[in-house]
Design a binder for this molecule. Structure first.
Ligand code: ADP
Ligand code: MG
Length: 466
């Protein structure tokens, strides 16, 4: 709804309210903080005085202001207005923000972090790293789902160029791959501020190649890439079918490894699962360490919710976090979305965060989930996927070609629905709950070991979630 909106600064009320708010913050904050973060903000008050939109210059500032000042700003505004005020933060590049009449375009804040990462914060490395400083190891919650990947990433950031080169991290959307990459870069820069680190999304790399091609500036392009100490390249599945890009990337890859620079890549699948990428590149990808990031388990989801709430200046009771974590399972990005809804709902209605409030705030999301994931749906989806009959889900047949998909379906039923083991057994042709338990244990153990199975399960999970 904010997209394409024009920040105009017509009303005096808008400026008066904002000025009063700034005066208050100026009293509260150390001068330097105020000058750096609050003073440059441009504000707009909606007609009905219910919403204040703040325009910030870039993603980094937006994250910072949201984390550090948003709650206080909302309180001050609410006090001044005498009713709760909704605070919206919008990225509006400074050159677009010409007061008072010129039109400007704003972008919605909910862009993928990798496309809006910025590097112009105070004290930035002279070399443009494109790192988002807000993503680090400290705010990346650890759990079994990401333990391996996180440990490898830590190791690489501590001694790049040695073990695990290249590091290849793969997993489904919203599981923290991009976050982990930025964490590696930020940690290395904290230890060695002069290191040449570059974070780049594969799509950006493709477009850099195209530009170099058009402008005949391949020498500069090469010089730039081949001089790095650490190259973080995100979502390499985007290289599919881009032959020229793959060739350039191959060259950069070889040059960097030869001089013991480190390369970290992410992708939505393991190297051999990548489609339309040259074999020689795929085998290079797999020549260091390949680690998976899994969907977070329940306790990890709870920890993430509690941590994120704190960083937003709120507190989420543990029972509420469990309720949300049980219902929002697929990935961290969705978890964040749910949290944002709950916080907004609580602030707006001035109600404490409780299970009932979470239920109300997430009503739409919960009803979609309840509709979609049933045991019947799982049985049908798994049967389709492995090309067996749905009836075989309840049959007594035992050949592996049938028994295995059936076990997979039982595992998914346990993971993705609220049904108990006996209930699941019942729905699989009246099997004993121990049979279900055995299947669940077996598949979840194998999932840790076998990339192919893990990949299949990811696909099934994504399909079921719709
Ligand atoms: P991906 O690149 O795998 O799609 P992202 O790195 O963009 O996922 O993560 C999505 C969101 O979830 C980001 O805001 C990220 O900070 C957050 N996130 C992911 N994993 C964790 C974690 N373990 N702890 C805290 N936040 C996380
Ligand atoms: Mg990503």
């Amino acid at each position: 709804m904010i997209e394409g909106m024009t920040p105009e600064f017509r009303t005096d009320a808008s400026q008066t309210l904002w000025q009063a708010c700034m005066d208050e913050l100026a009293r509260e904050l150390p001068e330097q903080q105020f000058n750096t973060w609050i003073k440059p903000l441009a504000a707009q008050v909606s007609e009905d005085q219910q919403t204040v939109t703040l325009h910030v210059a870039n993603r980094f500032k937006l994250d910072w202001i949201r984390a550090q000042y948003a709650a206080r700003l909302a309180d001050v505004l609410a006090n001044l207005q005498g009713h709760p005020v909704k605070l919206e933060l919008v990225i509006t590049p400074r050159e677009n923000l010409v007061k008072p009449t010129k039109t400007a375009t704003s972008s919605v804040v909910d862009m993928p972090a990798e496309l809006t990462a910025v590097a112009d914060e105070p004290a930035s490395n002279a070399f443009r790293s494109r790192l988002n400083r807000a993503l680090n190891f400290d705010n990346l919650v650890e759990g079994t789902a990401n333990r391996m990947a996180r440990a490898a990433a830590m190791h690489v950031s501590g001694s790049p160029g040695h073990l695990y080169n290249p590091l290849f991290i793969y997993g489904g959307v919203g599981l923290g791959k991009t976050h982990l990459m930025h964490a590696i870069g930020n940690k290395l820069l904290a230890d060695r501020p002069d290191a040449k680190v570059l974070y780049i999304h594969a799509e950006q790399f493709v477009s850099d190649v195209v530009k170099a091609y058009q402008r005949k500036t391949f020498d500069e392009f090469k010089q730039h890439y081949h001089s790095l100490d650490l190259l973080l390249i995100d979502d390499v599945q985007f290289f599919a079918n881009k032959d020229r890009t793959q060739e350039e990337f191959f060259n950069a890859f070889e040059a960097l490894l030869a001089k013991k620079s480190h390369i970290v890549m992410t992708s939505d699948t393991y190297p051999k699962g990548l489609a339309d990428i040259h074999e020689r590149l795929v085998s290079r990808f797999d020549s260091g360490l390949t680690v998976a990031m899994e969907p977070p388990e329940l306790e990890m989801r709870v920890a993430i919710l509690i941590n994120k709430a704190i960083s937003e200046g709120s507190e989420m009771p543990e029972e509420v976090a469990f309720f949300v974590a049980k219902n929002v399972r697929s990935n961290v990005r969705e978890l964040e979305g749910a949290l944002r809804k709950i916080l907004a709902y609580s602030r707006f209605n001035q109600k404490e965060i409780s299970i009932q409030l979470a239920r109300d705030a997430l009503r739409d999301l919960l009803s979609i989930q309840n509709r979609q994931i049933s045991v019947e749906n799982i049985q049908k989806t798994v049967a389709d996927y492995y090309k067996i009959k749905v009836a075989d889900m309840y049959s007594k047949k035992r050949p592996a070609s049938i028994a295995r998909p059936r076990q997979i379906a039982m595992y998914l039923a346990k993971e993705m629905t609220q049904k108990s083991l006996p209930e699941i057994g019942e729905l699989f042709g009246g099997r004993d709950h121990t049979t279900v338990l055995h299947a669940v244990r077996k598949i979840s153990a194998e999932r840790q070991q076998m990339t192919e199975l893990n990949q299949q399960l990811h696909v099934l999970e994504q399909t079921l979630k719709g």
